[in-house]
Design a protein around this ligand. Structure first.
Ligand SMILES: [Zn+2]
Length: 419
């Protein structure tokens, strides 16, 4: 922010004027809870001025004294922060549409896995793929996500289940981050599943996952450590060991919790003061209560439950309990190929019972909180990074209402018009 004047007036790099609804999401840089989730800080006939990649003004157009040669007229449009997707598995090789069809015919996950499908097929193909191939596959996915308004994306490793491929995936995320306009946040998920070679020595694999952590940290390849904590996968004890090892090396914890059954994941998240616990379809009331006290953010993934025809997470209950709900896409080749946040917002409303305003808070500032980026992005306020969207809708309620449509007309990333 050095060298930027924060007074009202002067020469800006870009001004967006006359927004029908400017959703500033203004407020303290903390997770939004309860009725605060409905407060979008709406300014009618709003303007945003940008300089040096930062917001220098956000308010009413008539109060904006900044000038610029580059202007966007946004009358009759919604202008809002770029979406933050705090949960994806975007780097992978191979697709699984054959498995999708089998599932439609009623074939169960175990049967699919025994035919060589499921996560094991993705692991096999991702292990075989060269770094350049993984980059080539991931880049258009990111382009597409940006076109639908997501400007910050978390990406997990977890299709290697062995040191070399986990490192390869994290390197791909790092290299993509340097190349791509979207900001990427890498997470180490060596504990996504057990690899076949350790099927009779699960503790041995837990040790392998832990052994990799110091290298991941020393090479700055991940900002978080995540575990798939679930019956039949990583037990609470195994998850605790892995996440504690991450914490000991300075990696805040994230956890895939209670997606398939109430497995004690929410309770563990609270015990470790995890930054987020994700899925939570079957989380216990006790676990949710403890998460609230610990400050753990629930990241809900309505696209996955929709795609799998699985039950919805109790989102309304969480909001009523005062939990700061965030939403993510969970984009991955098996359980959720849905990557577009406007679609996820629609599903959060239709399937999970969020109001449109709550879903927008969940996909911006609360998502940023789930990545520890709340003081940098996801609201339109002076000093924040200028990541913003111009949407071809008259009001924010039309984002979920025109379900399946892409409302994005322009994307401004770090102050540059990129789309
Ligand atoms: Zn996931």
């Amino acid at each position: 922010m050095e060298g930027i004047e924060f007074g009202n007036g002067g020469k800006a790099d870009l001004i967006v004027r006359n927004a029908g609804q400017l959703l500033t999401l203004a407020g303290p840089d903390v997770p939004r809870r309860g009725t605060d989730m409905c407060e979008l800080g709406i300014i009618e006939d709003g303007a945003v001025a940008v300089k040096g990649g930062r917001i220098v003004f956000a308010g009413r157009t008539r109060d904006c004294n900044w000038e610029s040669e580059t202007e966007i007229r946004a009358s009759g449009r919604v202008v809002m922060p770029g979406f933050v997707d705090p949960h994806t598995h975007l780097v992978f090789a191979g697709t699984r549409e054959d498995e999708f069809e089998l599932r439609l015919k009623g074939v169960g996950y175990k049967e699919i896995a025994s035919r060589g499908g499921g996560i094991k097929s993705t692991v096999q193909k991702t292990r075989q793929a060269l770094k350049a191939e993984l980059m080539e596959l991931a880049e258009p996915r990111l382009d597409d996500i940006l076109r639908w308004g997501t400007t910050t994306v978390e990406i997990k490793s977890g299709y290697g289940l062995e040191r070399a491929t986990e490192m390869k995936m994290l390197e791909v995320i790092r290299d993509l981050g340097k190349k791509h306009l979207a900001d990427l946040v890498p997470t180490y998920l060596g504990a996504h599943d057990f690899p076949e070679e350790f099927s009779s020595d699960r503790e041995g694999y837990v040790n392998e996952v832990i052994k990799v952590i110091p290298e991941v940290v020393a090479r700055h390849l991940a900002r978080f450590c995540d575990v798939f904590c679930e019956e039949g996968f990583f037990s609470v004890e195994q998850s605790r060991r892995i996440l504690k090892a991450g914490l000991d090396h300075g990696l805040p914890a994230k956890i895939h919790a209670d997606e398939l059954a109430s497995s004690g994941g929410a309770e563990l998240a609270a015990e470790l003061k995890a930054l987020s616990a994700d899925h939570l379809t079957f989380a216990s009331d006790r676990g949710l209560q403890a998460m609230g006290e610990a400050g753990t953010i629930p990241v809900l993934l309505p696209g996955t439950s929709f795609f799998l025809k699985a039950p919805s997470a109790p989102a309304r209950k969480m909001i009523d309990m005062g939990l700061p709900v965030a939403i993510g896409s969970d984009f991955n080749p098996g359980s959720c190929p849905i990557s577009h946040m406007p679609v996820v917002i629609g599903l959060a409303c239709i399937q999970y019972g969020l109001t449109p305003a709550e879903a927008i808070t969940a996909s911006t500032i609360n998502g940023a909180c789930a990545l520890g980026l709340e003081s940098e992005i996801a609201t339109l306020e002076t000093g924040k990074k200028a990541d913003l969207l111009v949407l071809r809708v008259e009001n924010f309620g039309q984002i979920p209402y025109f379900f399946g449509a892409n409302p994005v007309e322009a994307v401004v990333k770090g102050g540059e018009i990129v789309l």
